[in-house]
Design a protein. Structure first.
Length: 488
């Protein structure tokens, strides 16, 4: 279920036209249409952030949507003001089931301010278009009954073809990540993820390699094998390669297609969101798809360890000791701390085989990250100051904030084990940090950054609340890493 993005005259042949502006541009809105001016003078529209109002008129597009971008003092920046306001207009239009085609006009001043935060007007237009597409997203498996209403076309004014081409590439990457994460485990298990990766490779001319049980055993990938042992779905490591020249970048994404917790079984209520535990792997696949469509000048490899973490007679057990790909032995303190085990094997393999200049991992790794930051920012940890700073800036530009947590050596003491090189858990306190310190043991000292997206990968009780996240998976991380890759 998707509509198309376009640029051109917003009022031509549409069912509704939306005007997007901040509080500083109310005079511009007054000049746009006498009806808009009348409503503003009455005080019924103040252009607040996410404020959207529908008006009806004779002549031209029959529906007029006014969408507010708030004031210049908004903490989130002008580019995010633009994204949120455009998305709010799309969301309002979708509520009107008779609207099939929407035209959007962005006030020039808001566009110029957003452009200053990025790399020019084409970038700002791209942000608006991607936000519009994200707000027009719906995941549905309805066989009968009414399916969610999406707009057939969204047209932006002003616009240019370069911005449109780039927006379509990024939007497709985000959509792919959301589709994969939203899909239930019976449809998108490890086998389904492999099939999607193979189809993506075929469409975009990517290199692909998938390591199944025999190869995982011969390579000594004890983490991936142990976590996948309890499931009837075979574990695997999916590897996608895009060759654009330039720096070597490895992106590693956690893909636990369903996480029951293993023998340390989760309570039933906690399992209701565990189809989303593959969001990191979904984002990694979306990133490589966007990079290929954008023809970015990087050599990018995405490694996606795909497993299910289930209880059975074969499942790995608390206090088992397993040997990882790089030879490290790990004592299992909790079978529900499984993501770091599969990620560790993938990180170590990426570091040794591909020798990347940069390594980035994305994982719905810890509840501790959600406790620390809620549902509004990812937790960022890194062993490299330059990479961490670049990733922070990229996240802010993309509208996907990431907040740095310390990775001081003292936290490693919490992972000490009496019977193995390390434990896979470090106790209750600083859980997001000790998980990152565990992963750091497997990167071979290469520049590496870890994004714990447990709080932001899907819409939860406390957010993230944005009009371009109607619900379900958010695709968080695709736009951030694409921004970073562009900066290289």
């Amino acid at each position: 279920m998707r509509g198309s993005l376009a640029v051109g005259k917003a009022g031509d042949g549409v069912d509704a036209v939306a005007y997007v502006a901040g509080r500083e541009a109310l005079d511009w809105l007054r000049a746009v249409d006498p009806l808009a001016g009348h409503v503003i003078d009455l005080g019924d529209f103040r252009a607040g952030l996410e404020e959207a109002l529908v008006l009806y008129r004779m002549g031209g597009a029959p529906r007029l949507i006014l969408s507010g971008a708030g004031g210049e003092d908004e903490w989130l920046g002008h580019a995010e003001r633009l994204r949120v306001a455009v998305a709010a207009a799309v969301r309002q239009a979708r509520r009107l089931k008779q609207v099939k085609r929407l035209g959007i006009v962005v006030e020039k001043g808001l566009l110029e301010k957003a452009a200053e935060e990025g790399s020019g007007e084409a970038w700002a237009l791209e942000q608006a278009l991607v936000a519009a597409d994200m707000a027009n997203y719906a995941y549905s498996l309805h066989g009968r009954g009414e399916r969610p209403h999406v707009l057939a076309e969204i047209r932006l004014e002003p616009g240019n073809e370069k911005a449109l081409e780039q927006a379509r590439a990024v939007a497709e990457g985000v959509r792919l990540a959301r589709d994969l994460a939203n899909a239930p485990a019976n449809i998108m298990g490890p086998d389904g993820l492999e099939q999607e990766a193979r189809e993506l490779a075929r469409r975009l001319g990517l290199g692909i390699r998938v390591l199944h049980r025999g190869e995982l055993e011969s390579l000594g990938m004890g983490g991936i094998l142990a976590v996948g042992e309890g499931s009837d779905s075979e574990p695997r490591l999916i590897i996608l390669e895009y060759h654009g020249g330039g720096k070597k970048v490895a992106v590693i994404g956690k893909a636990v297609a369903f996480d029951a917790g293993g023998l340390d079984l989760k309570p039933p209520q906690a399992m209701l969101e565990m189809k989303y535990d593959k969001s990191g792997g979904a984002a990694a696949m979306g990133i490589v798809a966007a990079a290929a469509r954008l023809r970015l000048p990087v050599d990018l490899v995405a490694l996606i360890p795909a497993v299910e973490n289930m209880p059975s007679g074969r499942a790995y057990k608390p206090l088992d000791v397993i040997r990882m790909y790089n030879g490290t032995t790990v004592e299992i303190g909790n079978t529900d701390a499984e993501g770091r085990l599969i990620m560790a094997d993938a990180l170590a393999y990426a570091a040794e085989r591909y020798k990347p200049d940069i390594m980035i991992d994305l994982a719905t790794l810890t509840g501790a990250a959600v406790v620390a930051l809620g549902n509004h920012a990812a937790a960022l940890m890194s062993n490299n100051e330059e990479l961490a700073s670049k990733l922070e800036r990229a996240a802010w530009r993309a509208g996907e904030p990431a907040w740095r947590l310390p990775t001081w050596p003292v936290y490693e003491k919490q992972l000490e084990s009496k019977t193995a090189d390390t434990s896979n858990v470090g106790g209750r306190w600083a859980g997001a940090i000790t998980a990152a310190k565990f992963l750091e043991k497997f990167v071979d000292g290469r520049p590496w950054a870890h994004l714990d997206i447990a709080g932001v990968a899907w819409v939860q009780d406390k957010g993230p609340w944005k009009p371009y996240y109607p619900g379900g998976a958010t695709g968080w991380g695709v736009r951030t890493v694409v921004e970073l890759l562009r900066s290289l």
